[in-house]
Design a binder for this molecule. Structure first.
Ligand code: GDP
Length: 321
């Protein structure tokens, strides 16, 4: 088990009890523990360094409030900075509003906001491109988004799998389409991803669809061919959203994956999946910091309704342990 930051800092800052304010030395000692906690939570080293510097400047000279211990205070400073960094510019997401009121109301709000965080205000049919490594949860997330747009916003959605590497992948999306009642593009074997993408948009126009979700192929690791293929699809479809889907368990690989997809394809946002698992969430912070792109949504289970608006508070809590 990881030792939570509160526990670590409790020992380090015990001697601060009764002091008026936090000194540079105290902060340095505390930041050593913060650094270890973040690295253990799989945050990438350069991101850890930046973060620690930000927090250091904030903590020095802070008056220690009598009602809390210095450890608790530093944890709060670190926590608040983490939330800010994770939420970034889209800090517009209001965690207070999403608080559960015990009647499931908060839960409903979080799920209803899923459709709102996506930018789909272009001329229909609006393409949404899903990219990421194989097994990251792209196909599942495509269907979850399709279902959410259909139910929460009454959008007419068409989904298409561009995965010609694994015939089973196209079938998997068709099955999820049937399960959710979201239309899928009929499968024609032998077409290239770009041909399927064009066919999907044509069908989107002819069929009066509002949104067309394009689920691309993923490899087990990044490769040039995959990147070129996805970049080409992006060029010809000009999507309103290009969402990088990554597993929260991805750990230190998050940096390479996010950098590569952002530089070679270009992404507009990130979806973090398997947040229901026991990942510490450091990958989220690394990807947010390195790409500057917002984490828009998070997958919290295998079921089709297990998709929520990203909550920085929840991930910050995980990272701190
Ligand atoms: P793809 O290869 O990127 O299209 O990945 P899939 O959509 O096929 O997902 C791979 C596996 O992860 C499937 O068994 C999904 O049910 C599962 N999965 C996807 N998202 C989540 C999630 O948020 N939580 C959990 N527990 N499982 C998920």
């Amino acid at each position: 088990m990881f030792e939570g930051l509160s526990g670590r800092l409790g020992d380090v800052l015990e001697k601060l009890r009764g002091k008026g304010s936090i000194s540079q030395d105290d902060v340095n000692a505390a930041m050593r523990e913060v650094r270890i906690a973040l690295l253990e939570a799989d945050v990438a080293l350069p991101v850890v360094k930046d973060f620690v510097n930000t927090v250091k400047t904030r903590a020095v000279g802070q008056e220690v409030i009598k009602s809390v211990t210095p450890g608790q205070m530093v944890v709060k400073i670190v926590h608040d900075a983490l939330v800010e960094m994770l939420a970034g510019q889209i800090g517009a997401q209001a965690p207070d509003e999403a608080e559960d009121d015990g009647k499931g109301e908060g839960e409903r709000k979080k799920r209803d906001r899923v459709a709102e965080v996506l930018n789909i205000n272009a001329t229909p049919p609006v393409p949404i491109l899903m990219v990421g490594l194989q097994g990251s949860g792209k196909t599942t997330t495509s269907a979850k988004i399709g279902l959410r747009l259909k139910t929460a916003m009454r959008k007419k959605v068409l989904m298409a799998s561009l995965d010609v590497q694994r015939p089973a992948a196209q079938h998997q999306l068709a099955v999820l389409g049937e399960q959710t009642g979201v239309d899928t593009l009929p499968i024609i074997m032998g077409q290239k991803p770009t041909q399927i993408a064009k066919r999907a948009l044509d069908e989107g126009r002819k069929g009066g669809y509002d949104v067309v979700i394009l689920d691309t192929a993923g490899r087990l690791a990044i490769d040039e061919e995959l990147m070129e293929e996805v970049a080409e699809v992006r060029k010809i479809t000009n999507p309103a959203e290009t969402l990088l889907v990554t597993d929260a368990m991805i750990g230190q690989d998050a940096v390479t994956v996010a950098t590569e997809f952002n530089e070679k394809v270009g992404i507009s946002g990130i979806v973090l999946t398997r947040v229901d698992g026991d990942a510490r969430g450091g990958a989220a912070l690394s990807m947010r910091a390195i790409t500057g792109r917002p984490i828009k949504l998070m997958g919290v289970g295998e079921k089709m309704d297990a998709l929520e608006e990203f909550q920085a508070e929840r991930i910050a809590g995980r990272i701190l342990g």
